[in-house]
Design a protein around this ligand. Structure first.
Ligand code: SF4
Length: 408
């Protein structure tokens, strides 16, 4: 394996960049810099401290819990979080934290404070869900975690999807990421479900970019969708299309990203970082591409042995993980990369302190099975069975992360 050097790889980037037409209102969609950034961080910290005071009341408990929360954040990100984005009047620094200021952000902080001060019960811990709204998908991706569920009869009607949202919102869910299959195959149902969910939860859509036209992006935004995560697994169109087994999804995905930014939503890329991708020195070129697109976040997903990858030799070696961790810290914290999108890399904190999935979030797959996350198929219960029951109550069952253990 080659020695990893960000600078060397950076200078090796000789690909002709994809031509991106910029057509985005910067006032609605900007990285926060300088004095504004310092003021926003101070305001957020004061807000957390204020919520700690009114929630916990006792000075010693307030101080101990406040410090524990800041420490957890530091361990999650390696160092301090540097980058903040202002999107339609709210500030975002993490793809999995509601924008600030908002009632959802305040509720998340209150939940975390209570969790640190005194562990909550199993069912009222959830603040986040992934909800697969369809089994249909026009892709055949190399790494698909829903592979065994795809293109069968739909499990849920639009009405049932709204019922599922209601059930989890009663548990305090503050953020919902709608996935699939390809969720935009059911764009009209999805819009109605988002309208139904938006008052209590921040809504995101996780898509391949299929059907993410300018019109649909505007409709999603109007319905109350706050963010879009588009899966693009390579900056070279042919390699992305090959990975997705689809002739022209790359340019649809790029257009979808631009449509999402133009509509004024938090916009992220998600990339499956395979061994070949890392060995080929594609990380920095990919981030050049992401920076040119103007996205806020890039999420690095490690290949796991689920779905289509179930029996394949895809797990990263120690050297790959070290490269990703170095990359994660440098791009997020080194001034050279200050204009690059924020890197989200769950593997960093998972290997140190455990996983947030299961204790804070669950994944409801397209057959209704409820797992710790899309990559840990724990299937502790089926939500379709819950919908048919008289009380419609979620069973008190933990979805513990079998790989890394849970962050309590
Ligand atoms: S990974 Fe997503 S886009 Fe790809 S086949 Fe699976 S459900 Fe479809």
């Amino acid at each position: 394996m080659q020695t990893f050097s960000l600078t060397a790889v950076h200078h090796e980037y000789k690909k002709a960049p994809i031509v991106i037409k910029k057509d985005v209102d910067a006032s609605n969609n900007a990285k926060v810099k300088g004095m504004e950034r310092s003021i926003i961080w101070l305001a957020i910290k004061l807000r957390i401290f204020f919520i700690a005071c009114i929630t916990l009341k006792k000075p010693v408990l307030i101080w101990r819990t406040y410090k524990a929360m800041l420490e957890l954040r530091r361990k999650t990100w390696g160092i301090a979080i540097n980058k903040i984005y202002r999107v339609h009047g709210r500030y975002y620094f993490n793809l999995y934290t509601p924008g600030w200021p908002s009632a959802a952000y305040d509720s998340l902080i209150k939940n975390e404070l209570l969790r640190h001060a005194k562990p909550l019960s199993a069912t009222d811990k959830l603040t986040f869900i992934f909800l697969a709204v369809t089994r249909k998908c026009p892709m055949r991706c190399e790494h698909c975690f829903e592979w065994d569920n795809l293109n069968k009869k739909e499990t849920f009607t639009q009405h049932e999807l709204k019922e599922i949202v209601d059930i989890y919102q009663q548990q305090g869910v503050l953020q919902i990421h709608f996935s699939g299959g390809e969720p935009l195959v059911r764009v009209h149902d999805l819009i109605e479900v988002i309208k139904h969910a938006k008052n209590k939860s921040e809504c995101y859509v996780v898509t391949s970019g299929f059907n993410l036209t300018a019109t649909n992006a505007a409709l999603l935004k109007e319905a109350g969708c706050k963010g879009i995560i588009v899966s693009i697994d390579h900056y070279i169109p042919e390699l992305h299309n090959g990975f997705r087994n689809h002739a022209d999804i790359f340019f649809k995905a790029v257009e979808g990203v631009q449509a999402s930014l133009k509509a004024g939503m938090v916009t992220a890329l998600s990339v499956c970082v395979t061994k070949a991708f890392i060995n080929g020195g594609h990380l920095i070129p990919y981030f050049e591409f992401a920076k040119t697109l103007g996205v806020h976040f890039v999420q690095l997903l490690e290949p796991k042995n689920v779905g289509h990858y179930a029996d394949k030799d895809v797990l990263l070696e120690e050297e790959h993980v070290q490269q990703l961790e170095t990359f994660f810290k440098i791009v997020n914290h080194d001034a050279t990369y200050k204009d690059y999108p924020t890197v989200m890399y769950h593997g960093y904190h998972q290997r140190r302190i455990g996983c947030y999935s299961g204790s804070r979030s669950v994944y409801i797959d397209s057959a209704g099975d409820v797992h710790a996350c899309p990559f840990c198929h724990t299937a502790s219960y089926n939500i379709a069975t819950v919908l048919k029951s008289a009380k419609k109550e979620i069973p008190v069952k933990e979805n513990l992360c079998p790989r890394y253990g849970n962050i309590v």
